[in-house]
Write a protein that binds this ligand. Structure first.
Ligand code: SF4
Ligand SMILES: [Zn+2]
Length: 373
């Protein structure tokens, strides 16, 4: 990861700025972060090494730009033009700019910006609903080739579905706040944005829990070093593969990770095949059980709006029902939550085959007692 900080220092303008890490870090070394000054790295994109080659090469990955300030800060108006020139010269590099000042974009864009440059991604932050509703309409109206949203620190539940539905947002990142005095982040806020992303086919990243994390009403204080790993461990990222002919094609969860997650759920892991279920399977044969699974899925899960959704899968009476609860293939909201399969649309044949596979894998493990089924 390459960071290019052409200037350093910033002015607080938004609720998300209250515990700004630039201020925190500068304070710890007795520096005033509100003083904005050019850095020695100002012309990093054009810097060359002794061999006369650019220091930054296209395979260095994304260039995170202005990470200790805001690219659209008015104090930097005089310097920005030179930065745009460098960005334009380095078409081989991808520049990533995060801003809380999207409302200054039009006055700050270079004259030859036209309908946007391909090598620039602008990421608009929205820490609460008020800022989302102010910034995102402006953001969506601008000529920008690559748009992302970041809600970090996420300060409350936000509803950004109508903005995601435009199809103009390429990625959403959410996370909590770090540092002393961090404000809490509730997992249910993260979940809501994630579900909206899944429904709209927008990739989603849960970056970090923050220092004060609320889950199921309980508050957890999380060490800095664990904030990102904890978020990763939740397997909450969502990566659609492509949008083809209006059909959302997304990435189904990795099977190994899925079974690990299921194993961590008290509710899911308590389901087991009884002796009666095992006898039934050996009596009917595994292929017949598989065909029952296919039928149950087609009848009870596949319709756009299944009857009694949430209650369509009995808790007992067939080994497939047990497997459905154990693998979170019991209803459409569990399929959405655990398997990324959006609710509110009929299941495709591929999705039905995937669900059958997951169920049969659990049953086969259960017969041989691998997962304790
Ligand atoms: S805009 Fe960003 S860098 Fe500037 S004060 Fe706010 S949080 Fe800090
Ligand atoms: Zn369910």
């Amino acid at each position: 990861m390459v960071i290019w900080n052409p200037w350093h220092g910033c002015k607080k303008i938004s609720p998300g700025c209250a515990n700004c890490y630039v201020y925190r870090r500068d304070e710890s070394i007795g520096k005033d972060a509100s003083i904005v000054s050019k850095t020695g790295d100002f012309n990093l994109p054009l810097k060359k090494n002794r061999q006369g080659n650019f220091k930054l090469q296209s395979d260095d990955g994304t260039i995170f730009t202005c990470m200790t300030s805001d690219f659209f800060l008015d104090e930097a108006d005089e310097w920005r033009r030179d930065c745009w020139d460098m960005i334009k010269q380095r078409q081989d590099l991808d520049f990533y700019i995060i801003t809380k000042r999207i409302d200054r974009f039009s006055e700050c864009a270079p004259p030859d910006w036209n309908d946007g440059w391909n090598n620039v991604t602008i990421c608009c932050t929205c820490e609460n609903q008020d800022r989302a509703d102010y910034r995102l309409p402006i953001f969506l109206d601008l000529p920008i080739k690559h748009r992302e949203i970041i809600s970090e620190p996420m300060l409350e539940e936000i509803d950004i579905k109508k903005y995601l539905e435009t199809g103009l947002i390429e990625h959403v990142t959410c996370g909590g706040e770090s540092g002393a005095g961090a404000r809490p982040c509730d997992f249910k806020w993260i979940k809501k944005v994630r579900i909206d992303c899944i429904r709209c086919g927008v990739p989603f990243t849960f970056k970090q829990t923050g220092a004060v994390f609320i889950k199921d009403g309980k508050t957890y204080h999380i060490d800095r070093k664990n904030q990102m790993p904890q978020a990763r461990k939740s397997c909450y990222d969502y990566i659609p593969c492509a949008n083809i002919a209006d059909k959302i094609i997304y990435k189904l969860p990795d099977r190994k990770i899925l079974f690990e997650r299921l194993g961590h759920s008290n509710f899911r892991s308590r389901f087991r095949l009884s002796q009666k279920d095992k006898d039934y399977i050996s009596d009917k044969g595994i292929e017949t059980i598989k065909s029952h699974a296919k039928d149950f899925i087609a009848d009870r899960l596949a319709p756009e709006n299944p009857k009694n959704d949430g209650e369509q899968t009995p808790m007992k009476g067939h080994p497939v029902f047990i497997a459905q609860h154990a693998t979170a293939c019991c209803c459409r909201s569990c399929l959405e939550k655990w398997h990324n399969i959006p609710a509110g649309k009929p299941l495709t044949k591929a999705e039905q085959d995937y669900i059958t596979d997951v169920i049969m894998e659990w049953i086969n493990n259960g017969i041989s007692n691998i997962n304790g089924g």
